[in-house]
Design a binder for this molecule. Structure first.
Ligand code: GTP
Ligand code: MG
Length: 211
């Protein structure tokens, strides 16, 4: 897919205030500081489109972008930022859960995981939650440039082993680096493929989404 146009539409905390659910939507989520905003900028080739920061917790709202006038890309706030209060964490959870369960055009959630770390319970719990509630998702390992390919492979293998303890099938997995632009073609080709499927069978899909 060639990104001809990527524009920021709006930020808010309520699904009811999100753009009309008339186009397929792909949401990016993961632990705070995992590299969501950087990945979005890399995919869209617009450096400042999603706000990035070296201090975790930068993205606090549901941020909608419109790509090629055909699909929505969403930057969601990160989970697991230790310094936020319990109240803030609870309000994040409510907002995100509501979004994930009620956003009718949500087509796929991209769950970002830092390729440098061994499996983290919080990430595993989140994947489990998506699986149990039937939200379609794929996994994106980030920051592949930060360590050797062998270390990256061992992280991914460890995640696969963990997931196969409870699931029979693995989700689609992508490996990315926002710095080296690794994974860009693969992710955009995947979105293209899913968009094409949606056009052929607008009612199809695991989520039961219908738009
Ligand atoms: P929050 O919105 O705070 O949850 O963070 P985020 O997940 O959007 O992360 P963000 O894109 O702001 O990146 C966090 C930090 O990691 C920044 O300092 C980025 O420059 C850095 N970073 C992100 N992706 C990569 C990558 O692929 N490689 C390297 N080397 N650094 C990265
Ligand atoms: Mg961010």
């Amino acid at each position: 897919m060639i990104i001809k146009e990527a524009k920021f539409l709006m930020s808010n905390t309520k699904v009811a205030l999100c753009p009309a659910p008339t186009k397929p939507e792909y949401a990016f989520i993961g632990r705070s500081n995992v590299g969501k905003s950087s990945l979005i900028n890399m995919l869209t080739e617009q450096k400042g489109l999603a706000k990035t920061s070296s201090s975790p917790g930068k993205t606090q709202l549901i941020n909608h972008f419109l790509i090629n006038d055909t699909w929505y890309l969403v930057d969601l706030p990160g989970y697991g930022y230790a310094k936020v209060s319990k109240d803030a964490r609870d309000s994040w959870r409510r907002m995100i859960n509501y979004y994930l369960q009620h956003r009718e055009n949500l087509t796929c959630v991209f769950v970002l995981i830092d390729s440098r770390h061994e499996p983290m319970q919080q990430d595993l719990d989140f994947l489990e939650y998506l699986g149990k509630t039937g939200v379609p998702f794929v996994i994106v390992f980030t920051k592949a440039d930060k360590q050797s390919a062998a270390k990256t492979d061992s992280t991914i293998a460890a995640y696969k082993r963990k997931l196969l303890e409870t699931w029979e099938e693995l989700p689609r997995i992508f490996l990315t680096s926002a710095v080296k632009r690794d994974g860009r073609d693969e992710i955009l080709a995947y979105i293209d493929e899913v968009n094409a499927q949606m056009q052929q069978q607008p009612d199809a899909g695991d989520s039961g989404n219908n738009f």
